[in-house]
Design a protein around this ligand. Structure first.
Ligand SMILES: Cc1cc2nc3c(=O)[nH]c(=O)nc-3n(C[C@H](O)[C@H](O)[C@H](O)COP(=O)(O)O)c2cc1C
Length: 370
């Protein structure tokens, strides 16, 4: 029997109206302090009205020293809560559930290094030019507390869940990756030590919020770089995080350029499907597949073959926020996203997120060429 993508699905205590997830997407709409703006609210309104079951916000920094990019949301002070609540309201009014993705960028912050700020790193690394220094054990402990404080703020703002950003070469990924973590204390070296941050954070978060508040992770299950995290070790870590109390895992990969994480021009590829399946085989919690999913047919095949439980997409929703509603109404033409990554070009100009291909087409059609 086909598991319907459009039927309700549960992640722990969180009831979703369907199995579609908007994967975390930096949208460049926060103000200089990291606060939500009217532009952010309008974007989330549109998304929620478009039929997706769960929206994961853009990655939001847990401390000012963890900011990765400009116009990124912050969840680092209580002052952020009222603005974030507006995102929650926008999602709920449109009938979607909403989780906030939280991050510390570690050494992966062009934003801070361009401002001459010394980065908080897991290890001091010769190959990294930006000024950075290795965190002390005390600072690691503080960092975990900062994550927990952010989770509590998320709950206060009314989010339905939190997603830890454990992928794409940001802070948590740096702890796990042998390419970034060359520490010789209990936070580095063996696999057991490199995954200590994840397990300790999940344990402490669970102790703080109890069992009722869903905690999820977007997880880089392998690094895709020579000498980096292997799939075996990633899968083993996923299993241990599930045992420690994480409620769902979205399976991504890669610590390199975003263009690899968001592969170009690969329609229908569902390029991390096998990796989601590798995780699904060892856990009983829900697993989300992400990366290059563009058609209802592929989405259905992933879920009905039990390769993963939920279908997560990012770029398709930039072009078509109402993609899920369109599919549900019976127009099953694949997503019109062509995976060109021009959306990054829009953000790089310091402008709010929109589909770069649409923008190009508009320009071409406009007689003035602008
Ligand atoms: C503009 C843009 C912003 C992104 N921001 C985030 C983010 O904040 N957090 C995250 O985990 N991934 C982020 N990603 C990666 C996506 O969530 C997703 O993993 C990736 O794009 C592959 O999925 P897709 O093929 O459906 O786009 C971003 C991707 C794009 C294109």
């Amino acid at each position: 029997m086909l598991a319907s993508l459009f039927e309700p699905y549960r992640i722990s205590s969180l009831e979703l109206k369907n199995r579609f997830v908007r994967s975390a997407t930096w949208d460049g709409t926060a103000d200089i302090s990291g606060a939500v703006t009217d532009t952010s609210v309008a974007l989330y309104h549109k998304l929620a009205q478009g039929g997706v079951g769960l929206i994961v916000t853009a990655y939001s920094f847990v401390t000012a020293l963890g900011q990765a990019n400009p116009s990124q949301y912050g969840i680092h002070t209580d002052d952020m809560i009222s603005g974030l609540k507006r995102l929650v309201d926008a999602a709920h009014q449109g009938g979607a559930k909403i989780a906030i993705q939280i991050v510390h960028a570690g050494v992966n912050s062009g934003y801070l290094s361009q401002r001459g700020i010394e980065l908080q790193a897991v290890s001091k690394l010769e190959r990294i030019a930006a000024p950075h220094r290795e965190m002390t054990e005390e600072e690691i402990d503080t960092l975990i507390s900062e994550y927990i404080a952010a989770i509590l703020r998320a709950r206060k703002a009314g989010f339905d869940a939190v997603q830890l950003h454990g992928a794409h070469g940001y802070g948590m990924n740096q702890f796990l990756s042998p390419l970034f973590n060359i520490r010789t204390d209990r936070w580095g070296g063996s696999a057991e030590n490199r995954r200590r941050f994840h397990l300790e954070l999940i344990r402490r978060a669970r102790q703080t919020v109890g069992d009722d508040f869903p905690l999820m992770i977007k997880f880089g299950v392998m690094d895709d770089e020579e000498g980096g995290l292997s799939l075996n070790e990633g899968v083993e870590t996923a299993q241990q995080m599930a045992e420690e109390g994480i409620d769902a895992i979205e399976v991504s990969s890669g610590v390199g350029m975003s263009a690899r994480i968001t592969k170009r021009g690969s329609p229908e590829h569902a390029y991390y499907r096998d990796r989601a399946t590798a995780v699904k085989k060892v856990v009983t919690i829900p697993v989300m597949a992400v990366g290059g999913i563009r058609s209802l047919e592929i989405a259905e095949s992933i879920v009905s073959s039990e390769d993963a439980d939920l279908i997560s997409m990012c770029r398709p929703f930039i072009r078509e926020p109402d993609l899920v509603a369109r599919w549900q109404k019976g127009d099953t033409w694949p997503a019109t996203c062509i995976s060109c990554n021009k959306c990054f070009g829009v953000l790089a100009k310091g402008e709010p997120l929109e589909c770069g291909e649409d923008r190009r087409l508009r320009k071409k059609q406009s007689p003035a060429g602008n």
